[in-house]
Design a binder for this molecule. Structure first.
Ligand SMILES: *[C@@H]1O[C@H](CO)[C@@H](O)[C@H](O)[C@H]1NC(C)=O
Length: 235
């Protein structure tokens, strides 16, 4: 509301803050992007606040950049399968027992790179919605190669073109002990892509299996690759 008071040539418009009615419920998503790796199952969180039973509502998960845009639709107490975008067929589901608590989180199985994007979680008839951003980390491709010999040791290089969040690289011997390596080089390219690489010199008396493990800092996910270092290592 704007109230304009006029006093001898001066005009000012005091701002009036009206209280928002308390009974209004809201659809709430996460504050941060959800991160998953390819092939993982992931939950896209979304709930109604304050909690109320939404089982009888129409619930929609959509992505406006897709055609059809429907990832999942719940109507008349059941999943509406026909309208769904084919790329989510059999991979998206609600937690049906959670609906009575206002929890409309979506479970997405076997995440694909193409799942990355902004999802809208909404109750159309209540005109409530919220957005959830999903970031899909590329499956961590690790390349491990011998680059030479150094004072009787073998130099191995491990590189991972991870994506997001920032990957961390560790060297382990065959028994799972951490090996000390040189500093990890991290390159952050355009589009926030990360590439990390590290070298380690392995003495030949070490057990022969060397593992390079790459993990994503923000989620406890890791991939590992090994290299068998032959007794007589040659390039
Ligand atoms: C909604 O349900 C999922 C699956 O059970 C759970 O992980 C999540 O924490 C729940 N969210 C809320 C707000 O209760």
């Amino acid at each position: 509301r704007l109230t304009v008071l006029s006093t001898s040539g001066w005009c000012f418009a005091p701002l009036v803050f009206l209280p928002i009615p308390f009974s209004e419920s809201q659809v709430v998503g996460p504050h941060q992007p959800v991160v998953a790796l390819v092939d993982d199952d992931v939950i896209l969180p979304c709930h109604v606040e304050p909690a109320e039973d939404v089982t009888a509502e129409i619930l929609e998960w959509t992505r406006s950049d897709l055609n059809p845009r429907f990832v999942h639709v719940w109507r008349s107490g059941q999943d509406l399968v026909n309208t769904r975008n084919p790329s989510y067929r059999g991979r998206a589901s609600l937690f049906i027992n959670e609906l009575k608590r206002g929890n409309i989180s979506l479970k997405l199985s076997k995440v694909k790179l193409s799942d990355e994007g902004t999802y809208e979680c909404s109750i159309p008839l209540m005109e409530k919605k919220s957005f959830v951003k999903l970031v899909v980390g590329k499956s961590l491709l690790i390349s491990l190669s011998g680059t030479g010999e150094n004072r009787g040791g073998v130099v191995l290089q491990c590189e991972s073109a991870g994506r997001y969040p920032e990957p961390e690289l560790l060297w382990l011997d065959g028994d799972g002990n951490l090996l000390s390596a040189g500093p990890t080089e991290t390159l952050r390219g355009p589009d926030d892509l990360y590439t990390v690489s590290s070298r380690v010199t392995v003495e030949k008396r070490h057990s022969n299996n060397i593992n390079c493990r790459v993990q994503l800092k923000q989620i406890s996910k890791s991939r590992e690759t090994h290299k068998h270092v032959p007794g007589k290592y040659r390039l």
